[in-house]
Write a protein that binds this ligand. Structure first.
Ligand code: NDP
Ligand code: MG
Length: 381
């Protein structure tokens, strides 16, 4: 039986992780979880899963929650609370499905406690990939990807030698506006942007898919998870999201991982790795029902966030921290209808342009640059 700590239990990945735990009560037990502000759902989850520890984002909700749940459940809050959940002594695995770079501290703390990390929280790897991967190596802790593309690559690389990898090929659905030209993005609404054709996900990542920043963040995530240089990471548009990603080897053999788009499959794989468990709750892939799969080349002028991400990744140092923090704040502003869709790109570009990169940043430097970038974006909105 694996004991699981879950950050972001009320989110899209969080609730799907709980689905997987619910389906395999003999294999998995939820021992600790964190939520943000969705207290109503948290209460339901606490009664369903009886975790021993729960963390909420702020003190008011902490006080409210205390009155509404069984006494045996310990409640904590704030960033200290996230750390407590991540390092809960009786947990074996941390599923990090919180949103944004707040996931960084808890991930590092959990690694230092020797927990296996199932990572959905890509912002953590983007902002501090060099630290997270180094600590995971030092403490001999597995970093198991939950992101579907990275889970696919992880599976394609099973048993392969690092030197035999020629390139990683990430697939991208193209998001809500994939069939529009750049001129047609003026004045698009939040509702239109949130209407993703293939996946139902949290709001921030759905906007990231529409700007294609999601794929940019995933390129950086892949660089760190698989230790592959940026020139060996390609992206192909594939609107059906059936091929989740591919690896080309030096002998020109290409291995792909396929399946119907269902995040519970990569979540489950991260929880069962290196084994598998029968999933009856997800649809089979019958290629004859799909008939055709489409692929096209990515236009970096159309999807500028892709260009920014590759550039920030190549420059390295604190540049990916700026990319990520600027994006988090710009997307939040777009979701709050404070800026237009295209202004997300302009703000990120402005933040990257003004930043002088600091190489091999420490955790403290990353936190400083992250904050400073957020302040800059606020000043421009
Ligand atoms: P959601 O917005 O659906 O969920 C985010 C979770 O984090 C919620 O539980 C939310 O709490 C909590 N949260 C948000 N901000 C804070 C904060 N400041 N402090 C504490 N808790 C907080 O996001 P997703 O599930 O879509 O995404 C989570 C992560 O997984 C992201 O990094 C994303 O890029 C990645 N990912 C997601 C995929 C998907 O299919 N959704 C696919 C691949 C990766 P509450 O709602 O209670 O306020
Ligand atoms: Mg993905």
């Amino acid at each position: 039986m694996k004991h699981i700590s879950l950050l972001g239990a009320t989110g899209s990945i969080g609730t799907q992780t709980l689905d997987v735990i619910r389906q395999f009560p003999e294999q998995f037990k939820l021992v600790a979880m964190s939520v943000g502000k969705n207290i109503d759902l948290a209460i339901k989850q606490i009664y369903d899963f009886s975790p021993q520890l729960v963390s909420v984002q702020n003190k008011e909700d902490y006080e409210k929650l205390l009155l509404q749940i069984p006494e045996r459940t310990k409640v904590v809050y704030g960033s200290e609370g996230l750390l407590e959940v991540a390092t809960y002594p009786s947990s074996d695995v941390l599923v990090n499905a919180v949103l944004g770079s707040v996931g960084l501290g808890p991930t590092i703390a959990a690694i230092k406690e020797g927990k296996t990390i199932a990572i959905a929280n890509k912002e953590t790897l983007v902002t501090a990939g060099h630290i997270v991967t180094k600590e995971a190596k030092n403490y001999q802790v597995p970093l198991l990807p939950v992101d579907s593309e990275h889970s696919a690559i992880y599976q394609c690389l099973n048993g392969e030698r690092q030197d035999d990898i020629d390139r990683l090929i990430l697939t991208a659905s193209g998001g809500s506006f994939r069939d529009r030209k750049r001129e047609q993005l003026e004045g698009v609404t939040v509702e239109e942007a949130l209407n993703h054709p293939n996946w139902s996900m949290g709001a921030k990542i759905t906007i990231d898919s529409a700007t294609m920043m999601n794929k940019g963040l995933e390129v950086i995530e892949a660089h760190w998870l698989f230790d592959i240089p940026y020139e060996k990471i390609d992206v192909v548009l594939h609107k059906e999201s059936i091929i989740h990603s591919m690896v080309e080897f030096i002998d020109r053999s290409v291995i792909a991982q396929l399946g119907t788009p269902d995040m519970r499959v990569p979540i489950q794989y991260a929880l069962t790795y290196p084994n598998r468990l029968e999933r009856t709750a997800s649809e089979r892939l019958n290629l004859w029902e799909i008939g055709k799969l489409h692929f096209s080349k990515l236009d970096f002028e159309r999807f500028r966030c892709m260009a920014y991400a590759y550039e920030a990744g190549r420059v390295g140092g604190t540049m990916p921290t700026v990319l990520n923090a600027a994006n988090e704040e710009a997307v939040a502003a777009f979701l709050a209808s404070k800026i237009t869709f295209l202004e997300i790109e302009y703000l990120i570009e402005a933040a990257l342009e003004r930043h002088q990169t600091i190489s091999l940043p420490t955790l403290e430097t990353i936190i400083e640059v992250d904050q400073e970038t957020r302040t800059f974006i606020h000043s421009r909105i």
